[in-house]
Design a binder for this molecule. Structure first.
Ligand code: HEM
Length: 444
């Protein structure tokens, strides 16, 4: 493993972060992918566990889409490979592309042992899936499509009636559509994933920062969703002045939520100017369908529609930012890199997810809330290609496997994750013991 440099926090998991982690002026999803090539020991090809694979001839044939493989060339895709496939066909196919054993140790301590927690749970899920009614996933489609239509109608009415109150409703609908579209981004390309672009964010960037980084190395120094918030919001338990600790909670956090949609958009276009548009996609144009409809059917000038669209974006960003950052990952009892981990050499990836997630009782109780509030978070992290409506059927089985391994899914209240998020922001002392999952057992 390459030596760790002087980053703060030093990863207690032994992960070497990308070189530009501490430099917000250069850290982007693209520099992260590029710099992973220096730390992952993939020898210019694709690394899975300790094998090097040449997937060049397979990239265009990949049933999940070409993009997943083309953007990850030169990196370690172990976790991505393990969690995005439910059946064993990809493993069989992979053998054909083996080139040699890797020379370097993996830059992460996560393992997927056959009899370990994650692989056992996956095998049980494969057995259970045929019992889930085929029509289950339709529920998600009906909800997201209805929300989308409502969002367009309310946004147009916001301009027609020139109502800032209605703009707040349109913003909340935009936030909900954005969150619900996340259910579709983890799979092979499909048109509903582009609903995400109405928020000015971009599917391609999200697939890197959220899916390939945050989902796989959650709350570690390699989690781009945390690094991209720094130095404004620091969720890792690092040294901070009192001004910074409380300033983050009272002033900076609300400002970050308000600009959650505009900031990545502006950064993307600054980057596009530098790289001659290589980071842009024709599908990004979907972002502008909402303001176009507001202008065409709103009955007011272009600038009026433009102004109201931005107002709706800010309201939607506030909703999305607040919900997203208080959904599941931040609480003093949740593992953040810098805390003492469960293991630095043989850390079952599924257990690392249990350590980095808390689910919320009120949200899990309603499927509408699950889809629009990043619910069923732990199961979704572990099986991201399964529709959220399918995940709802898997809880009895999940609980059984958890019991067999004497593990727990921490179920808390929404209030706990909101207050926990703020407590984590002011926290400066790392936890000296690994997460105690049983602490919340009585609440289940
Ligand atoms: C970065 C690594 C990879 C990612 C993120 C990824 C992602 C995906 C996704 C999202 C799907 C569609 C699943 C769905 O919509 O239900 C898929 C399907 C598939 N992938 Fe991959 N993949 C990766 C690497 C590979 C590799 C290396 C192979 C084999 C050499 C492979 C073989 C397959 C096959 C055979 C399917 C269709 C069958 C199935 O879903 O089990 N993938 N992949």
């Amino acid at each position: 493993m390459p030596p760790q440099s002087d980053f703060e926090p030093r990863s207690t998991l032994g992960i070497v972060p990308p070189a530009s982690r501490k430099d917000p002026t250069t850290l982007t999803v693209d520099t992260w992918l590029e710099e992973k090539q220096d730390t992952d020991g993939a020898e210019g090809l694709w690394r899975i566990h300790d094998g090097i694979y040449d997937l060049t001839d397979f990239v265009d044939k990949h049933p999940g889409g070409e993009e997943w493989l083309s953007i990850t060339k030169g990196t370690d895709i172990t976790e991505a490979f393990e969690v995005h496939h439910i059946k064993s066909t990809p493993e069989e196919l992979l053998k054909k592309y083996f080139v040699r054993n890797a020379k370097q140790k993996r830059n992460a301590p996560f393992t997927f042992k056959e009899n370990g927690f994650y692989k056992t749970l996956k095998r049980e899920i494969v057995k259970e899936l045929p019992n889930v009614p085929k029509t289950t996933a339709r529920k998600s489609v009906i909800i997201i499509d209805s929300l989308l239509v409502l969002m367009f109608l309310v946004s147009i009415l916001t301009v027609r009636l020139w109502s800032y109150a209605l703009g707040v409703v349109a913003g909340v609908l935009l936030g909900m559509v954005t969150i619900a579209s996340h259910n579709f981004i983890h799979r092979k390309n499909n048109f509903r994933m582009y609903y995400f672009n109405f928020s000015l964010q971009q599917v391609r960037e999200f697939r890197i920062s959220h899916i390939l980084s945050h989902h796989l190395h959650t709350n570690t120094i390699d989690d781009l969703e945390l690094s991209l918030l720094e130095p404004l919001l620091e969720y890792f338990p690092v040294k901070k002045s009192p001004l910074k600790r409380y300033g983050q909670v009272l002033v900076i956090a609300p400002l970050v939520w308000l600009t959650f949609f505009h900031t990545p958009f502006i950064k993307r276009y600054i980057e596009a100017w530098k790289c001659k548009g290589k980071n842009l996609r024709i599908t990004d144009l979907t972002s502008f369908l909402l303001p176009l409809a507001m202008y065409l059917f709103g009955g007011r000038s272009f600038w009026d529609a433009f102004w109201m669209w931005n107002y709706i974006l800010v309201c939607g960003a506030l909703h999305f930012g607040f919900v997203g950052l208080h959904a599941a990952h931040h609480h003093p009892d949740i593992f953040h890199d810098g805390d003492v981990p469960r293991s630095t050499t043989d850390y079952d990836w599924g257990i690392s997810q249990l350590d980095a997630v808390m689910d919320r009782k009120e949200i899990t109780a309603s499927y509408f809330l699950v889809l629009t509030n990043f619910g069923d978070h732990c199961l979704h992290h572990m099986f991201p290609t399964l529709d959220h409506a399918v995940l709802a059927h898997l809880y009895p089985l999940f609980k059984r496997v958890l019991n067999d391994f004497d593990l727990d899914l921490r179920m808390v209240s929404q209030w706990d994750t909101i207050t926990g998020g703020f407590q984590q922001l002011v926290k400066i002392t790392p936890n000296t013991t690994p997460p105690d999952l049983r602490k919340y057992r009585k609440d289940n």
